[in-house]
Design a protein around this ligand. Structure first.
Ligand SMILES: NC(=O)c1ccc[n+]([C@@H]2O[C@H](COP(=O)([O-])OP(=O)(O)OC[C@H]3O[C@@H](n4cnc5c(N)ncnc54)[C@H](O)[C@@H]3O)[C@@H](O)[C@H]2O)c1
Length: 277
């Protein structure tokens, strides 16, 4: 049996990237899906391509009134709601240092990545309860646990989202489960700022045990798990899916580190490492 048979799902930011890949994978698992995005034409084009069990509506996650309309549209189209995927996100370009990050960008990141998810939880609770309970899956990030230079406010919003996941799990159980998925580097518009193909993007990363970026459809898998009844005993959990990027620090002088130019130099022996006279 398909893993999401009978489930009605709302996904935010689903016009592209991880959200779109999740919508496609969930449709294949038997779900009825409301694709939402601030980019309504792109959301509609995707929904139209996926058939009669998939619909679309505009949703700007920053706006509680927009949330109310999207939840109402889901009820009108499918008759209920079992799963919310809080996926919409904004990186602000990821290239600003804390010192120069402008106030407007910082506020946008907080409004979309964190407050947008807060309003989302509030908006879906009544319909989810009326539908017999459900599952909320928050798309955080491994930067929510390890952070990264250039990611100051973005990483802080993801840490906040992980914290929200735990509080929501405590308050909304037993009928609503709340869990978080923490991707690492994924080949999507958000992180692929230089528009590289998958292989080039992956090879630019390095420093992680699996030595490659994720494809968006690989992130859809743990989202489906948390959404499905297979995760019926999981709430308040966070699942890293980051190729091991956050496991630890590679020390170049010790065995087991990635193959880098510096690694080759140390393998060549101490003689080669001596500075030239
Ligand atoms: N790509 C990565 O490497 C990566 C890593 C970790 C976590 N994430 C997280 O995964 C989620 C999806 O990211 P992605 O890589 O697919 O990004 P993406 O940029 O490909 O897609 C994001 C989508 O969100 C929509 N959006 C932006 N602002 C919105 C708003 N106010 N209301 C509704 N929709 C809005 C955009 O229109 C877009 O369709 C985000 O929460 C992101 O932070 C991404």
């Amino acid at each position: 049996m398909a893993r999401l048979e009978g489930k009605i799902v709302l996904i935010t930011g689903a016009a592209r990237g991880i959200g779109a890949a999740t919508a496609k994978a969930m449709q294949a698992e038997g779900a009825q899906i409301m694709i939402t995005d601030i980019d309504q034409p792109a959301a509609k084009a995707l929904a139209d391509s996926l058939g009669p069990h998939v619909a679309s509506t505009a949703l700007d996650v920053r706006d509680p009134a927009s949330w109310a309309m999207a939840v109402e549209a889901t009820k009108a189209r499918f008759g209920g709601l079992h799963v919310l995927v809080n996926n919409a996100g904004y990186g602000g370009g990821h290239i600003e240092s804390l010192e120069t990050l402008d106030q407007e960008t910082a506020r946008q990141i907080i409004d979309i990545n964190f407050l947008g998810a807060v309003w989302g939880h509030q908006a879906v609770i009544p319909l989810m309860r009326a539908s017999g309970g459900g599952s909320i899956v928050n798309i955080a990030s491994n930067t929510g646990v390890l952070t990264m230079n250039g990611y100051s406010v973005y990483a802080a919003t993801k840490a906040a989202l992980i914290s929200l996941t735990k509080t929501a799990a405590m308050e909304l159980g037993p009928d609503i489960r709340v869990n978080a998925v923490l991707p690492g580097s994924v080949h999507t518009d958000m992180s692929n700022l230089m528009n590289m193909d998958y292989e080039t993007f992956s090879s630019a990363l390095g420093g992680m045990p699996l030595k490659r970026a994720a494809k968006p459809e690989e992130i859809a898998e743990p989202i489906i798990f948390f959404a499905s009844d297979a995760a019926r005993h999981c709430t308040g959990a966070e699942l890293l899916i980051d190729a091991g990027q956050s496991t630890g620090i590679y020390f170049q002088m010790l065995p087991g580190h990635p193959d880098t130019p510096f690694h080759k130099l140390t393998q060549a022996g101490p003689e080669k490492m001596k500075p030239k006279p």
